[in-house]
Design a protein around this ligand. Structure first.
Ligand code: SAM
Ligand code: SF4
Length: 329
């Protein structure tokens, strides 16, 4: 029996979407995220399968319908497929998605869909193999693209490509990305580079607004889609001659936080009300046994009363987040 309710904050925003990090480890060295590679800052005690199950059941009973599994690189966990399966079987969860750097996608696209994964976001910051290598520190561009193609043939409900916009690095890629989605049914998401605790110098050098792309698209026959309640903060564009769509994530734009629909839990069980918030609220002591479910739900609801109306990124305040791999981007 699922006692479904809904979570709203004091600004009326509804939270049906949970982003769950299952590890903060990563095997890439993206220049905007982990330029020096992963360095462990705590004992390796990521959420266990039981803890994940208890957590998602509580969220589901509070109205969560969609869970995105992220990291670090979530597919580095050997039990990734089992975690997908556990979440997909929870009453009330309608969609299980994951965000990946694509390293293990080619081999596993079919297994993951069988385990219950509905949707996948793959990070591809450039369609030029050398630039891809320069950005990620991994010379495996073709393997990642093969992974995307494997995901297309596996039949995922939704495939999105995440690409972080970086001045002077991948600006020239727009034309190639557009050619790619002309006959591929994927949503290409351009994400504005965000400042985090560790990347201030890089951010100041390479941040570029998504507005330039937006005006280019509008001049070239692309139309903005009417936002659906579950779209969240992305602005989505479509074109009659293209199979694919474009999503723009512009965290520095006015009203970005107005449509916030997500809560985050880190790989060590802390609830984060915002990517750029404070240290997070510990939930872990309530995750070991099912009988703590009502206490857990109460703690989540109480925490939510503190969710701020907006982040303060425009003022350069990045909160306690050193990089997005730390709490799950
Ligand atoms: N490792 C997986 C990946 O890269 O897809 C999942 C975790 S990663 C933190 C999630 C997303 O956050 C990726 O699409 C990545 O490009 C994006 N990201 C990381 N740091 C960012 C930043 N500073 N600004 C904008 N996007 C960022
Ligand atoms: Fe790893 Fe993803 Fe961060 Fe790149 S963006 S370093 S793949 S966690």
């Amino acid at each position: 029996m699922n006692n479904k309710s809904e979570i709203r904050d004091t600004f009326g925003r509804k939270f049906e979407y949970l982003r769950l990090s299952i590890t903060d480890e990563c095997n890439f060295k993206c220049n905007y995220c982990l330029p020096d590679g992963y360095a462990r800052t705590h004992e390796k005690q990521f959420l266990s399968q039981i803890e994940i199950q208890n957590l998602v059941i509580a969220f589901s009973e509070l109205g969560t319908k969609k869970v995105r599994i992220t990291g670090g690189e979530p597919s580095l966990r050997k039990d990734f497929s089992s975690i997908v399966n556990i979440i997909s079987l929870i009453n009330g969860i309608e969609k299980v998605a994951a965000t990946t750097n694509g390293y293990r996608l080619k081999k596993n696209a079919h297994h993951w869909i069988e385990a219950g994964l509905d949707a996948i976001n793959v990070s591809v910051d450039s369609l030029d193999a050398n630039t891809f290598n320069l950005i990620t520190g991994k010379n495996i561009f073709n393997k990642v693209i093969d992974g995307v193609n494997a995901a297309i043939s596996a039949g995922y409900r939704q495939i999105k490509i995440n690409s972080v916009l970086m001045k002077g690095i991948n600006e020239g890629d727009l034309i190639h990305f557009l050619a790619w989605i002309k006959d591929h049914p994927i949503q290409l998401r351009f994400i504005e580079l965000m400042q985090t605790g560790n990347n201030e110098v890089f951010f100041n050098k390479h941040h570029v607004s998504g507005e330039t792309i937006k005006s280019y698209l509008l001049k070239s026959g692309w139309m903005k889609k009417v936002p659906l309640s579950h779209d969240g903060p992305a602005q989505v564009f479509m074109h009659p001659s293209y199979q694919g769509e474009i999503g723009l994530i512009m965290p520095y734009s006015k009203d970005f936080c107005k449509n916030c629909n997500r809560l985050r839990v880190s790989s060590i069980g802390k609830l984060h009300l915002c990517l750029f918030g404070d240290e997070g609220i510990n939930l872990r002591d309530l995750l070991q046994v099912k009988s703590n479910k009502e206490k857990l739900k109460k703690r989540i609801l109480t925490a939510l009363t503190d969710k701020k109306e907006s982040h303060y990124l425009q003022a350069g305040i990045t909160g306690a987040t050193p990089h997005l791999a730390s709490i799950g981007g």
